[in-house]
Structure formats: structure tokens, C-alpha cells
Design a binder for this molecule. Structure first.
Ligand SMILES: [Zn+2]
Length: 277
């Protein structure tokens, strides 16, 4: 029996705002706060002895090399998160591949090897993404929502058209480490105002924490073996009241027997249980 918890941190800094054309001083500073948040998170993880996975865009790797080096030196996994923070679904195949290659070279410069895990900016894969991830040797992917506590093999060749039944392709060896917006700090907490929409955010952290703990408790009650992946952004979770919630989450899950793992290790654990046929 094992109930595995993956804490993942998308270290976007200002790349997410830049990708939306928000390059003026205030949104840039909002992303800049991620470096402050990252230092707080690293201190908390070190204090608790918890390994984690950090998905870092090439833009952050090049802009903040020292901050990224500290993540690596603390023993955390560095995953791929695009070079710019543009969602793959908004890119041509060539643009998407160029992003993959450029950021992967940055990761190799830092860690000595290419990334094993990929998470798309804004969780929006293109129809080409899976094929490109396989071509470039990725071991796992973490942008899809087709399960909650059980990783699965990503399909290639789905045919999805408006007036036809969904025709599913074949399973590939690429492992999906599924995610959910409900297990992501961003939509709960960030207030975002654009020309066309308002994301209200700014929720009470205690209420969100209760949801996050219940998702683990449900896994523990209903499964013999499972993985739950939480997603945080240093510029979001790094604020005081949210850091308190993160700390309570870690304490609460640890008290319930959670086994904290990097996502590459958790994916390997799934791979051993359910080898690719
Ligand atoms: Zn991101």
C-alpha cells in the first residue's frame, strides 16, 4: 500500500505575463515575486526533507540562473515548461518543437541532462504535443486530466471531430501524471483582470487547504495505491497566508502517511507496477 504525494512547482516568474503581452512594470514585478516565493518554498521543503519537482520555463532559467541553481542543488527535479510560456495549442508544430528544443538545452546546461518530464504552459497541449514529446525522449507528461490518482499511458492518434464519435488512438509509452485545476493554487488565489475577463481568486486559504487534504484522504480511503499531484506557483503560494496553508498541507498529509516523491520517481513507481506492453 502506498499513497504518494507529488508537490510540483511551476516556476513561471514573469514568463506567464509576458506570454499574454503584459510586459509593463507591474505585471513583471508580480512575476518577479516568484523568486522571493521560491526561496521560501525551498526553505520549507528543506526543513521537512521533502523532494519535489519544479517545472521551469526557459525564460526563467535564463533570467534567474542562480535561483534555478538553488532548486537543483536542493535535490529537486527540473522539468520542462516551455521556453516562453505560450500554450502549445497556440503554436504551429515548428514553433512548438523549437520551444521544446531551446528550453531543453537550457535544462541540460543546468542539470547535465535533458528533462524527463514535461508540463505544458497553461495546461493546453496541441494535437502535435504527444508526438513531439515522444520524439524528444520525454518519459512523462503532466498536463492532462483523464484520471486523478492513477497515472496512465498517453494516447497518440486520437481523432476528435465535432460531428463524429471520438475515435481513440493507441497508447504510447509516455506516462501521464494527471493534474487538475482544483489541485492548482492559481485559479483559487490569483486576481487577474484583463480586457475581457476577471478571475476573482483571492479565496480563503483554509477552505482551499481543506479541499486539498480531502482529495488525499479520499485517495487513501478508496485506493490501495495512488499518486496525487499538487501544482503550485511560487509567485502565488509564496504569500504569507498561503505559505501557512502549504505548511499545514505538508504536515497534514505527512500525518496521514503520505509518501512524498519527485514526479520522475513517482512515474517510475507506476512504470514498475504497470509496464508498457
Ligand atoms: Zn506555468
Amino acid at each position: 500500500m502506498a499513497h504518494i504525494v507529488c508537490l510540483s512547482f511551476d516556476f513561471d516568474a514573469m514568463s506567464g505575463w509576458i506570454a499574454r503581452g503584459m510586459t509593463t512594470p507591474t505585471p513583471v514585478s508580480r512575476g518577479e515575486f516568484g523568486v522571493i516565493g521560491a526561496a521560501r518554498i525551498l526553505a520549507l521543503l528543506e526543513k521537512r526533507g521533502i523532494p519535489a519537482t519544479w517545472f521551469i520555463p526557459g525564460h526563467t532559467l535564463e533570467t534567474y540562473p542562480e535561483a534555478c541553481r538553488r532548486v537543483l542543488d536542493a535535490g529537486h527535479e527540473i522539468g520542462h515548461h516551455g521556453w516562453t510560456h505560450r500554450p502549445p495549442a497556440s503554436l504551429s508544430r515548428d514553433e512548438e518543437e523549437a520551444e521544446l528544443v531551446r528550453a531543453n538545452e537550457e535544462i541540460r546546461k543546468l542539470t547535465g541532462r535533458y528533462a524527463r518530464g514535461y508540463r505544458s504552459p497553461s495546461w493546453d497541449l496541441s494535437p502535435n504535443s504527444v508526438e513531439l514529446l515522444l520524439k524528444h525522449g520525454f518519459y512523462y507528461e503532466s498536463s492532462m486530466m483523464g484520471n486523478d490518482y492513477t497515472p496512465y499511458r498517453v494516447r497518440v492518434g486520437d481523432r476528435i471531430e465535432l460531428q463524429k464519435r471520438a475515435a481513440f488512438g493507441k497508447e504510447s509509452q509516455l506516462i501521464e501524471m494527471p493534474i487538475s485545476w482544483s489541485l492548482d493554487d492559481y485559479p483559487h488565489f490569483e486576481f487577474v483582470r484583463t480586457q475581457s475577463t476577471v478571475l476573482q481568486g483571492l479565496r480563503n486559504a483554509g477552505g482551499v487547504l481543506a479541499n486539498w487534504i480531502d482529495d488525499f484522504l479520499y485517495m487513501k480511503r478508496e485506493t490501495e495505491w495512488g499518486i496525487i499531484t499538487y501544482t503550485f506557483h511560487p509567485f502565488v503560494i509564496g504569500r504569507g497566508h498561503r505559505m501557512m496553508a502549504l505548511e499545514r498541507l505538508i504536515e497534514g498529509l505527512a500525518a496521514e502517511g503520505a509518501e512524498f516523491m519527485r514526479m520522475d520517481a513517482a512515474a517510475e513507481s507506476f512504470d514498475r507496477r504497470s509496464p508498457y506492453q
